[in-house]
Design a protein around this ligand. Sequence first.
Ligand SMILES: Nc1ncnc2c1ncn2[C@@H]1O[C@H](COP(=O)(O)OP(=O)(O)O)[C@@H](O)[C@H]1O
Ligand SMILES: [Mg+2]
Length: 366
Amino acid sequence: MTSDRTTIPTARPRRVLFNKNFSVTAAQITALEGSGFEVWASHTDAGHGTLAAAPHTFLEPRGLIGDEYAEWLRRACQERGIDALIPGKERELLARHAPAFAQAGTAVLAPASEDTQRLLERKDEFLRGWDASVLPIPRWTTFDSLSSFDAAWDALSERGVRLCVKPARGIYASGFRVLTPEPDLGSFLKGELYQMSHAAAREMFAAPGLPTMLLMHTLEGAERSVDCVAWQGRLIRAVVRRKGPDGQRIEDRPDLVRAAEQIAQAYGLSGIFNFQTKDQSRPGDPARVANMLEINARASGGLRYSMAAGVNFPLLLLRAWEGTLDWDALPPVQTGLNVAEDKVVRVVQPEVAQAVSQEEVAQAPA
Ligand SMILES: Nc1ncnc2c1ncn2[C@@H]1O[C@H](COP(=O)(O)OP(=O)(O)O)[C@@H](O)[C@H]1O
Ligand SMILES: [Mg+2]
């Protein structure tokens, strides 16, 4: 079988696999119920929520990474007749393996080329290449030692501006701190986790093994997350949500939707992606301008909020892939909504999980 499989109409529904991915993938799987696609999910953890959400599942061996993982996954897809893979684990590398998958009948719906995905993962390289006519960025520089931190501090210090740090490669705000000139006992006792004194930072950054870090001007205004779905550089839909202390608000922001179009085109994105902005707002200055923070070539952890705006992100992607998306009749984005997420509890059955796990892993190549 060749990649013709994707163009010849088949009697059976198309099979789509989400390989190991974050738990928000469960929401995408649920959103595909009744869509006509046959949804599969695989994960190393038999109790994972993505497997609980999917009608068809299999287990991945633990600890398999890189080319070996890609090769194992290609065979797993071929054995099950998977028509399209929405990559999670090793998604950068899987873009490189896409031709081999296609030969075996599986289209890899990679968000971008391997190089582009890696560029987006490195905040220093990304910002260096960023087109500030799309959205401005705050002043920033890099450091990787105490002496380069001190030099960066001197170079970026400005009256009325707080400086912040984060690693060039990070996720979930790991390593992000706003630096205060003096230790701030009040905010410490209030539970403020994202502040650190300049002196404590100097002590920390004297440690060996410091990775490349960014020092930046802190954006003090509202933060937004924009969830997007695109196909081959063309934006399908974008949902802008403003993060607040009491939930999130879906906003009507044509300027940020325009930025989403430009981003999709500039990086040739296909699939679900996300970017984050924060407003620059200075005391006494009423202007609030959204600045670019980062682009993630994957679904955000908060995608569920944006789905509440009436946008079925994975279905739009899959329709674009199979060529059945009606670009002139895209679903409207409902804006002006306040959205909240409720937690649910699920019973995980370890005995069943364990039994399946051993059986599947026994079948997997070493
Ligand atoms: N320059 C900045 N000014 C203010 N807040 C920032 C700045 N950079 C990052 N942050 C905060 O840190 C969080 C994480 O930063 P981000 O660039 O999104 O990295 P990641 O999510 O990959 O860890 C952001 O959501 C934002 O709240
Ligand atoms: Mg982020």
